[in-house]
Unconditional design. Structure first.
Length: 396
């Protein structure tokens, strides 16, 4: 039950994105916005998630996990209600930013709570089970969001998000009584200065860059695929919802497999597998869309890409956070900020494109996959990154 709750907290991020994604063309039409401008709402959400984590992480190390999580979830609920009542782009952008600011508490504190209890490959195993839930959310959410967009009004999507946030809030009140409490032995300033310890660690930074580059490809798909499948390829919102779910199912399956294998193979071998998969998926997808085009040319490579990213997510997070267990909140915040800033960058770049084509999306996947694999094989696998994480077994 506890791990399922942590998975639900982590799932707030994909829920905030993926429940709305099938509705983006309808939202744009409803508030009189262009395809490029409406993607600014996704960028605002990602920026809110990134900025929120910078505060929740170190403050939770000082005041405790529960004391920061509950206010964050409350803000998420209120911001979702604001988004649902928005009638123009500026108010929707503000609401989405606040939604990310509140929802960031769920992601960063769930990871910190995991590191309060587990380390090394065991932490990677638990993170994999949490990631299964997080990836299953975008499997189900687009189907629900696509149905809602087709038969009702897009604002109902935000009311659903508010309901999920309220449910997490109620569960948090009951399940976090044993979570890490306040630590008054270290000042607030020292907790924020813990960021310097993380940022001075070159190996940790390159690990995070490896994950961030790959995640940029995932977020390119999340923010741009609705326009590719619906406007360019002519699918209905509910059909796109099925395609989106299939792609995200790849991440859920990859997370499940990682959780089963990490105790035996170790973090390093699974990272090697993941980076090869995302690079090949991106390259093949780019050539397939240039030479062939069509639904399958973007669907299958994207499916393989999320499958490979599942191995990268859990193992990079476990490796980096285990290095900074004394201030896991701050370390989790840096990891999360890196992840969402990379996603925001990909979303912003693609928002400049109004050309009805799948090639920009395929190019983003290829760039993300190649960059992630290049950092791993060109630097980390050859140097200090090949060292075993503390508590790791089975690494060769």
């Amino acid at each position: 039950m506890f791990i399922a709750f942590l998975g639900a907290l982590t799932a707030l991020a994909p829920l905030s994105n993926d429940l709305l994604v099938p509705s983006l063309p309808l939202v744009a039409a409803g508030i009189g916005s262009s395809q490029g401008d409406i993607q600014l709402t996704m960028t605002a959400l990602l920026m809110g998630f990134a900025m929120g984590q910078l505060f929740y992480g170190p403050l939770s190390d000082r005041f405790g996990r529960r004391a920061l999580l509950l206010p964050g979830l409350t803000l998420y609920v209120l911001a979702s209600l604001l988004c649902g009542s928005s009638t123009d782009l500026p108010s929707l952008v503000v609401g989405r930013f606040l939604q990310g600011l509140g929802g960031a508490a769920g992601m960063v504190l769930a990871r910190a709570i995991i590191l309060d209890h587990w380390t090394g490959t065991e932490a990677s195993r638990v993170l994999s089970w949490v990631a299964v839930i997080a990836f299953m959310t975008p499997v189900c959410a687009p189907l629900i969001g696509g149905y809602v967009a087709s038969v009702t009004h897009w604002s109902l999507v935000f009311w659903l998000q508010a309901g999920v946030g309220a449910l997490c809030l109620l569960c948090g009140v009951g399940l976090l009584r044993r979570a890490r409490g306040p630590d008054r032995n270290v000042s607030i300033n020292r907790r924020f200065l813990a960021y310097l310890d993380v940022l001075r660690d070159r190996e940790a930074l390159i690990y995070m860059a490896c994950m961030g580059c790959g995640h940029a490809g995932v977020m390119a798909f999340v923010t741009n695929s609705a326009f590719v499948f619906v406007r360019h390829l002519g699918l209905e919102p509910y059909q796109y919802g099925f395609c989106f779910s299939i792609v995200m199912l790849g991440g859920a399956v990859g997370s499940f497999i990682n959780g089963r294998l990490v105790m035996r193979l170790g973090i390093t071998k699974l990272l090697s597998i993941g980076t090869v998969i995302v690079a090949l998926a991106g390259i093949i997808g780019l050539f397939a869309n240039i030479l062939l085009g069509g639904v399958l040319a973007i669907l299958i490579p994207s499916l393989c890409y999320t499958f490979g990213m599942a191995f990268i997510f859990s193992n990079v997070i476990a490796h980096v956070l285990t290095r900074f267990r004394g201030h896991a909140g701050a370390a989790a915040a840096v990891v999360g900020v890196n992840q969402f800033l990379a996603g925001a960058l990909a979303s912003s770049v693609l928002s400049l494109n109004d050309v009805p084509s799948s090639i920009p999306l395929a190019s983003a996947l290829a760039a993300g996959g190649i960059a992630s694999a290049g950092l791993w094989w060109g630097w980390l696998k050859r140097g200090p990154g090949a060292r075993a994480t503390p508590g790791e077994s089975g690494v060769g």
